[in-house]
Ligand binder design. Structure first.
Ligand code: NAD
Length: 495
């Protein structure tokens, strides 16, 4: 059984004797335990992070970038191993896990360019012989709190950029799959990172509260469910921290009657059922516009029925289990609710049994037709392999649905009409938008973030928003004493 501790000052260490179970979702069996940190762990982490910040922030950006470049090489060498750790504790297929690690790696690649990214602005002669420039300086100790569904990628949206900017970083990963964070910390340490620049604090909400209550931590980055995101945003801001808190989603994919249906159906199948629907950018609502609905539902149903649901060790698996027994029950309850609400259950993924994995948390693809916007299954995030189809008559009705929903993470439209597509991208109130692309996740050099109840705070993750979030801007105005002599001034200086 694996025993996961914290990562403090370059070493795997823990002071608390309290542990939480790590469960393999494919088998429903305990495979390890992770420390539930106490105040002693937290104090050690703060001391370590403080000392590290003093040194690390004074190392040149170019030298920091070289450590990141070595970290990138270390991840590349260990890619399959990291992906296996993700699959083992999360349950997603190996190739999907591998892809997610690569998407995280791309943020490291972006952060390697930090000397360029931190370049300031300079203006000569803002007044007579007075120059002015702005620069960006690190915040201090920064922290990240992350969800179970991307144990490598989501932390890597945060810490490479924060650390490249000269901060120290404390990661509080999901207690459900904490091993990956420790692996990443070890690989960063092997790349020559100073002790304490990257620490990992394991545990549950108690560890989160230690972070939120601490006056030593300057910023909090959060990714997880909306109720927790709201809580983190409010509490962290009240305690004087900079905060970005990304929450849940209900992403709509609109299929126009002129869409390429083959492409649309393939897009929907991958985006709705990939990773058992446990992605914040998963498509959970397909909006069929006009006459296309019957054929769309029939084709989705035909393809969804033949998906292979199996553990990650099966190379042909299309999707694995969901994360926990509680989460499986919650999804099953939503399926009951949908039926009671009057939605048409076209494909029911409950009661799926896989030989040898009878205790695993598997659910088959589930498809509801004739869903409407008064239903709970439409309004709430289910976060499982459940797709709802809503039928509307016109494009305007589809756009209204998207715009009236509480969540605003991602959306997509399938059409061959440029005018409609341009209207949609301009007028939907959603943070990440796809045109004939089902999951429009921005690359590392753009920024990732939703609108409405999908993001609380002013900054999205990675890209230039990441650099701005993890630095404070300072503007200097300077004149040398030998330049033009002047006496005291009592009015606002003017040019
Ligand atoms: P979660 O909110 O339950 O947990 C996220 C983190 O918060 C974990 O580290 C957990 O320990 C901590 N936490 C949980 N409950 C807490 C509480 N009451 N007080 C303080 N901290 C608490 O989320 P999850 O189940 O791990 O992840 C799934 C959710 O994350 C989904 O809602 C999904 O949409 C969302 N998500 C969003 C994005 C995005 O970019 N918007 C990306 C990935 C996942």
């Amino acid at each position: 059984m694996r025993k996961i501790k914290n990562f403090i000052n370059g070493k795997s260490t823990s002071y608390s004797s309290n542990n939480l179970e790590i469960i393999d979702p494919s088998k429903g069996e305990q495979i390890g335990e992770v420390v539930n940190s106490n105040q002693e762990d937290f104090k050690k982490i703060i001391t370590s992070s403080k000392n590290a910040f003093e040194k690390w922030s004074n190392i040149t950006p170019l030298k920091r970038s070289r450590v990141l470049a070595k970290f990138k090489t270390n991840i590349e060498k260990d890619l399959d191993n990291i992906a296996s750790i993700v699959s083992e504790e999360h349950g997603k297929t190996f190739e999907d896990a591998r892809g997610s690690v690569i998407r995280g790696l791309e943020v490291v690649e972006f952060a390697c360019g930090i000397p360029h990214l931190l370049k300031g602005e300079f203006s000569q002669n803002v007044g007579t012989e007075i120059d002015s420039w702005s620069l960006r300086q690190p915040l201090g100790i920064t922290a990240g709190i992350t969800p179970f569904n991307f144990p490598a990628m989501v932390p890597m949206w945060m810490f490479p950029i924060s650390i490249a900017c000269g901060n120290s970083f404390i990661l509080k990963p999901s207690e459900k799959n904490p091993s990956c964070a420790i692996k990443l910390a070890e690989l960063f340490q092997d790349a020559g990172l100073l002790d304490g620049v990257f620490n990992v604090l394991n545990g549950n909400k108690d560890s989160v509260n230690m972070i939120l209550d601490s006056r030593d931590i300057s910023s909090v980055s959060f990714v997880g469910s909306t109720p927790v995101a709201k809580y983190i945003y409010e509490k962290a801001a009240k305690n004087g921290k900079r905060v970005q808190a990304l929450g849940g989603a209900k992403n709509h994919l609109i299929v126009m009657p002129d869409a390429n249906l083959d492409q649309a159906v393939d897009g929907i199948i991958g985006a709705a059922y990939g990773s058992a629907g446990e992605r914040c950018m998963a498509i959970s609502v397909a909006v069929a516009v006009g006459s296309i609905a019957d054929e769309l539902v029939e084709r989705i149903n035909n393809k969804a029925q033949v998906l292979k649901v199996a553990p990650w060790t099966d190379k042909d698996s299309d999707m694995g289990p969901v994360i926990s027994k509680e989460h499986k029950t919650k999804i099953e309850n939503y399926i009951d609710i949908g039926k009671k609400e009057g939605a048409k259950l076209v494909l029911d993924g409950r009661n799926l049994k896989i030989q040898g994995y009878e205790n695993g948390y598997f659910l088959g693809p589930t498809l509801f037709d004739e869903v409407n916007d008064s239903m709970k299954i439409y309004n709430e995030e289910i976060f499982g392999p459940v797709l709802s189809v809503v039928r509307v008559n016109r494009y305007d009705d589809a756009l209204n649905l998207v715009n009236q929903h509480q969540f605003g993470n991602g959306t997509s439209i399938y059409t061959s009409n440029g005018e409609i597509s341009r209207h949609f991208t301009s007028n939907c109130n959603i943070g990440m938008v796809g045109v004939n692309v089902p999951i429009p996740v921005p690359m590392s050099f753009h920024s990732f973030g939703g609108w409405k109840d999908s993001l609380f705070g002013d900054h999205a993750m990675h890209g230039m928003d990441g650099v701005r979030f993890y630095t404070k801007q300072k503007t200097v105005t300077s004149r040398w004493p030998e330049s033009i002599a002047s006496g005291p001034e009592f009015i606002m200086p003017r040019n």
